[in-house]
Design a protein around this ligand. Structure first.
Ligand SMILES: Nc1ncnc2c1ncn2[C@@H]1O[C@H](COP(=O)(O)OP(=O)(O)OP(=O)(O)O)[C@@H](O)[C@H]1O
Length: 232
């Protein structure tokens, strides 16, 4: 059946398999679905494999067995053009926004670099940049600043806005507010909700914070002892 969701189907991950090693199983037979415009929350104790699962869903790491389905097509069976679409439409946002920016390049450069990669004509760079700053809720001055001259919250808003240039259908949010002060956490969560309602984006939200998971998620699961327990 044709499906528009992003789906994890019986994913297992084992690190360190080889001739001399039996490997370390991180998770086993994990299945769940992220629907457009909805948030699936993933919580669980530290070191249980939440980030690994997020990277597998985003196509940055391979599952040992099982598959990620995007629009009904398994990741491993995608044709080249389907794989390109997947890589653009399924994005990941990390915990520490400073990692998302080159510390030696000004913010304006970081934005125009992505616009150039996307093939946006030069004539449209300034209007697209202006729009991005509106989404991020930041003034034009930030363009001439280096990442270290911005706060964590400002950088995370920029990181999300830059991801949005790709028009993603799904975003894996790996602890998107954990590196931020409590006072700015809510700002990011509200921005994520606004983006979702305007663009129908599906989220996989990874967090160890139950309050964040409950506030954001339509359904969620707990990853523990290698198993995912779904809690509707
Ligand atoms: N490339 C790798 N090679 C071997 N083991 C790895 C690799 N990446 C992660 N691991 C191990 O897999 C386990 C799960 O790590 P992961 O970062 O996915 O957990 P997590 O639940 O996201 O933890 P946290 O909440 O602390 O970020 C850990 O024991 C980690 O050491």
């Amino acid at each position: 059946m044709f499906s528009i969701s992003l789906r994890a189907d019986r994913l297992s991950k084992t690190y360190g398999t080889g001739l001399r090693s039996t490997g370390k199983c991180i998770f086993r037979e994990v299945s769940f679905e992220i629907r457009p415009g909805k948030t699936f929350g993933l919580m669980g104790p530290s070191g249980e494999g939440k980030s690994t699962l997020g990277r597998v869903i985003a196509g940055l790491e391979k599952a040992t067995t099982g598959s990620v389905y995007y629009k009904g097509i398994p990741f491993t069976g995608m044709k080249k053009n389907e794989n390109i679409a997947f890589r653009r439409k399924v994005q990941i946002m990390f915990q520490d926004p400073t990692d998302a920016f080159n510390p030696r390049k000004k913010i304006g450069h970081a934005i125009s670099e992505v616009l150039a990669l996307l093939g946006t004509p030069e004539a449209k760079h300034s209007s697209e940049t202006e729009e991005l700053l509106i989404t991020a809720g930041l003034p034009e001055e930030v363009l001439s600043r280096y990442p270290f001259q911005l706060s964590g919250g400002q950088l995370q808003r920029l990181a999300l806005s830059r991801i949005l240039l790709l028009n993603p259908e799904y975003i894996v949010l790996d602890e998107p507010t954990s590196a931020l002060d409590v006072s700015v956490q809510a700002q990011i969560l509200h921005m994520l909700k606004k983006v979702q309602s305007e663009r129908n984006t599906g989220y996989l939200l990874i967090s160890h914070d139950e309050a964040v998971i409950r506030f954001m998620s339509d359904s969620y699961g707990v990853l523990e002892n290698g198993q995912l327990k779904i809690i509707e």
